[in-house]
Write a protein that binds this ligand. Structure first.
Ligand SMILES: [Zn+2]
Length: 303
């Protein structure tokens, strides 16, 4: 388990699973284009030229508080449009406990956004009912993010089979999946009264900040940890893969507003470049913590 000490905060990464399909997500990252970014191999692009990534959560211990950032895909989730994640047993909660963390002692759950792979163990299935996993925690959702996905969950799904274009089919299937994820992993937390809607930027705890980083989703946030010289930034899905550090304009097909996501990546890179701020990429393969350094007219990840 990778971990980092940021001032008085300790951050640990707990991996749920490897993430495939990055080639389909970042369509501009063709093998020959990736090969031009020589520092990606061997950690982020394997010997066969494939992009590698992870689904993971970060746990922050600071000031006697326990914070979980992004809760991955989760177990037993009914996600019929997503075969890889439908009704699976990834055992993230067991890994969380094996790492020495007690779900009942979690104070705060933060979701960078409400996509299905960031809300999973928000809930667990108990006697056929979805219940909050972290019973004594406050769960913070950005208001604009929650309202967007609530409206999406209420929008009538379209059968992907009735659509012509592959991109439209993909979007319709993803919409169906998100409806399920919202109903299983977000609304039960609201119903239990554990969720709080917030308007970032905000500071939910001393040394923990939610920073708006929109584009991938409307209310996407990154989580800044620490103060002064000791700082880290958990970037959520504003970056999916380190190749986007070198090529900020390589938006993903899952970015709802690709211009905004590109602008967000540029802003983060400009702000972090040459500083000691540790960037933690939520879907990055290990080593997933590093600093941003200038590299010609672009940037590179110094892990
Ligand atoms: Zn994601």
């Amino acid at each position: 388990m990778a971990n980092w000490q940021i001032g008085e905060a300790r951050i640990s990464a707990i991996v749920e699973q490897t993430l495939g399909g990055l080639e389909a997500l970042i369509t501009k990252a063709k093998p020959e284009a990736l090969a031009e970014i020589d520092w990606l191999a061997p950690n982020y692009v394997d010997d066969a030229g494939n992009m590698v990534g992870l689904v993971q959560c970060f746990v922050i211990e600071t000031g006697g508080k326990l914070v979980v950032v992004d809760t991955c895909v989760g177990d037993n989730k009914d996600l019929p449009s997503n075969a890889e994640w439908n009704q699976q047993q990834f055992g993230l909660l067991e890994k969380f406990e094996a790492a020495g963390f007690d779900p009942d002692k979690v104070d705060l759950v933060l979701c960078t956004h409400l996509h299905l792979d960031h809300v999973g163990i928000n809930t667990r299935l108990v006697d056929g009912v979805w219940q909050p996993t972290f019973k004594h925690a406050r769960y913070l959702f950005a208001r604009s993010e929650y309202e967007y996905w609530k409206a999406e969950a209420e929008r009538e799904p379209v059968d992907p089979e009735t659509l012509e274009k592959p991109f439209d089919k993909m979007r319709a299937a993803f919409h169906q999946t998100q409806i399920h994820a919202h109903e299983q992993s977000v609304e039960p937390v609201m119903a239990a009264g554990l969720a709080e809607l917030v308007d970032p930027p905000c500071q939910p705890l001393p040394g923990i900040f939610l920073v708006p980083t929109p584009g991938h989703t409307p209310g996407h946030v990154s989580v800044a940890v620490g103060a002064g010289d000791a700082k880290a930034l958990i970037t959520g899905d504003s970056f999916h893969h380190p190749c986007q550090i070198a090529r900020a304009e390589w938006a993903t097909v899952a970015d709802i507003d690709r211009d905004a996501s590109t602008e967000t990546r540029r802003t983060i890179l400009d702000q972090l470049a040459g500083t000691d701020v540790l960037m933690l990429g939520t879907h990055f393969a290990e080593p997933n913590g590093g600093r941003i350094v200038e590299d010609g007219d672009s940037y590179r990840f110094d892990a």
